[in-house]
Design a protein around this ligand. Structure first.
Ligand code: RIB
Length: 327
């Protein structure tokens, strides 16, 4: 049971606003705070809170923020021996206004040291031997592609922020986990509101064009099916699962919660999904676990303000509705 995350570490500046600003608009915030963030590190922290065997590969600056980001991950039981301090560049940062009523946000990232993560950094046993390798796109694409190529286990890609994906990378991905906006960007279609059934249809269309990943064919197990599975996170509606074997798509709703801040909910989903897959759970079961963990994570401020432990998720699973087939 091991999960390795290759990705970003950022220090987040969270700003509470009554209403998110529009383009060119100034709004007055009511509070600001710094917190540990970065999509990669958030996903590793979520997986680490839920179980053992989590490693992070990344870069921070040789500055106080870098030390804080390493310590925050270690507190979540993540092995940070492959998080390198990098001289001459600052630790990555993200500025995040969060709307107080809805918990919704906007994010602007300045990559800093994340941009210095090179393919040589991922040629390590933690990547080669992990049961599950989890990737996002806040570090250079060539490094993400190299990591996927070196992986001996299941490869999960959260294509965030969205960018064109090289065929060489796609050929190594067993499970693609975009949100609705990222799915639209990947499919090259307008980012309009879609029903879960429409999301599933779009994901299925996208999947048709993806090359069969070598891992699921070679390894068998819960992801066998010859194609890439797609799991689309759809906010408060939960997640749409399009399985690799061409079987029916499912909508997995979350348990009822009152969200305070949705920052990082998708990251918690990805970390929890990988932790469940590394335990050998089948994809629908792993998605149910991840949707439950992600819902719980929105009940506190910041990307890691309410990351649940495994016992919290197990207790909340009772309130998580059954998945619904999407025709
Ligand atoms: O997904 C949320 C994260 O995106 C934040 O923590 C921020 O650092 C950006 O990477």
């Amino acid at each position: 049971m091991s999960v390795t995350v290759v990705g970003s570490l950022n220090e987040d500046v969270l700003i509470t606003v009554d209403r998110l600003p529009g383009r060119g608009e100034t709004v007055i915030g009511s509070a600001s705070a710094t917190a540990a963030g970065g999509k990669g590190a958030n996903q590793a922290a979520a997986a680490g809170r839920l179980g053992p065997g989590v490693h992070m590969v990344g870069r921070v600056g040789d500055d106080p923020a870098g030390a804080r980001m390493q310590a925050a991950l270690a507190e979540c039981r993540v092995n940070v021996s492959r998080v390198h301090r990098t001289a001459g560049v600052p630790t990555g940062t993200a500025t995040i206004p969060v709307e107080s009523g809805s918990g919704e946000n906007l994010i602007v990232v300045v990559p800093g040291a994340n941009a210095a993560l090179v393919p040589g950094d991922v040629d390590v046993p933690a990547v080669q031997r992990a049961d599950v390798l989890l990737l996002q796109l806040e570090v250079p694409m060539e490094t993400v592609t190299a990591a996927a190529g070196l992986a001996g286990g299941t490869v999960v890609l959260n294509p965030a922020p969205p960018a064109p994906l090289p065929a060489e990378l796609l050929a190594r991905v067993d499970v693609l986990v975009p949100n609705e906006h990222e799915l639209a960007a990947l499919a090259g279609v307008p980012d309009t509101e879609r029903s879960p059934a429409e999301v599933a249809a779009l994901a299925r269309d996208l999947m048709k064009d993806l090359p069969a990943p070598h891992h699921s064919q070679a390894r068998g197990g819960p992801l066998q099916g010859g194609r890439t599975a797609v799991v689309v996170t759809v906010g408060a509606r939960g997640a749409v699962v399009v399985p690799a074997d061409g079987g029916p798509a499912l909508l997995q709703p979350p348990p009822p919660v009152t969200p305070v801040d949705t920052t990082g909910a998708g990251d918690c989903f990805c970390g929890a999904l990988c932790q469940a897959l590394s335990r050998g759970q089948a994809l629908p079961e792993a998605v149910r676990y991840a949707a439950t963990a992600a819902a719980l994570s929105t009940t506190g401020a910041g990307a890691r303000g309410a990351l649940p432990a495994n016992r919290d998720v197990q207790a909340a699973l009772e309130k998580t509705p059954a998945a619904e087939p999407l025709t």
